[in-house]
Write a protein that binds this ligand. Sequence first.
Ligand code: NAP
Ligand code: HSE
Length: 432
Amino acid sequence: MQKIGIGLAGFGTVGAGVFLNLQRNRLLLAGRIGMELSVQKIVVRDPAKVRAITLPPELLAKSWRELIDDPDIQIICELMGGIDDPLELILAAIQAGKIVVTGNKALLAEHGREIFAAAMKYRVPVFFEAAAAGGVPIIMAIREAFIANHIRSMHGIINGTCNYILTQMTERGIGFQEALAEAQASGYAEADPTLDINGWDAAHKAIILASLAYGFWVGTEQIFVEGIEQITADDIRFARELGYRIKLLAIIKGDESSGIEVRVHPALIPATHVLASVHGVFNAVAVQGDVVGETLFYGRGAGQDPTASAVISDLASAALAIQAPRSHFGFTPHALYGRCKTIDEIVSQYYLRIPVLDKPGVLAQVAGVLGALNIGISSVIQPEGTEGEAVPLVLMIHDATNAQMQAALREIRALAAVKAEPRLIRVESFSS
Ligand code: NAP
Ligand code: HSE
């Protein structure tokens, strides 16, 4: 049986999972693809590190260059994370004609254009199923299964760490830090969890999904990103009372005539919507295509085994591409869509919580500001307080642009009765 050599760069949560599962399901994989997937060399940052999963010493390489130079290695599997070293490794692998498999969404989001230009130039495929939604095969779906479709929208819960934190805060009432520590201990969070909670890990995935769907590599500067750091237990409670749940949502929408929108931010979604039932580390992406209609993908978006499943699927595709060379190298640009809308143009509904003094006339002042800017209120709640003390005034706002809402916020902040920074959270109604 033909042996396909793999150079594994990284033996952390994902890399070690790939190594273990390649061994565990060796016979099944060989039976399915007719080839043996064999790890020839492994590179890590700190060879002396004590590891939960044993790294066979005979496979240890001194640097990633050994992987490129080894003639028995045909596939480079990059699972190191970070930007500079992986970029150098991947470009060197492509130039050396070695197929690349990576789960590095940060790298692809920032350097996808350059990497896929090199892939096309040298006719070397780059596979990256693990770079969005972990074990959920969304990349393959967008690139292959939905090739006949204009993608009208994608709504995704695509950061397991944030979904885990928001779920624990909602269901167990625990604090943000405690929930984050649990997500880190489970191997869901990035090495630097700031990227999870500030929304940028989900944004990297959204960039990849939007780029595949709309045929141009979306720049990090073209999208709107907001994290979950400011979400409070009060917001979660008020959202519930109003019939919503709060999720970190990636919203990607496309239209050939007016451009596309790519944004990641916390959103109130109706408690009855299917995405409201996506709990814990689970991810889900609802995709609407003009031909297929509505579809839904669901599964574990992070962690050792689910991510290894995606990476090994890519390794199998890479091995098959060695047998039968492909003319698709991972991403093919086209010019049917061309522009990302700015956040100021984007229309949404909103939840607005304003800490105000509980005294007559305050609601009228706030409503006056909104009305003057042509912004409609759909409902109001204000828990009873003691007159003269600060209470939260919660308003649900009809469709308005971000520009309108920012203008309103500037005026609301200046009102004497407003005692602290108002909190604006977008509401997604999934209308189009
Ligand atoms: P990790 O646990 O931090 O592991 C990183 C591995 O890469 C470690 O073995 C580390 O060596 C090695 N490494 C880092 N820099 C290196 C360098 N310059 N040269 C050689 N080796 C280096 O990370 P991970 O969670 O496995 O994630 C790996 C990649 O998969 C990232 O791009 C991540 O975004 C992506 N991803 C992760 C998940 C997940 O659930 N964790 C899901 C999807 C995608 P040491 O072991 O010696 O430190
Ligand atoms: N830190 C990421 C998450 C890992 O929590 O979703 C999977 O990409």
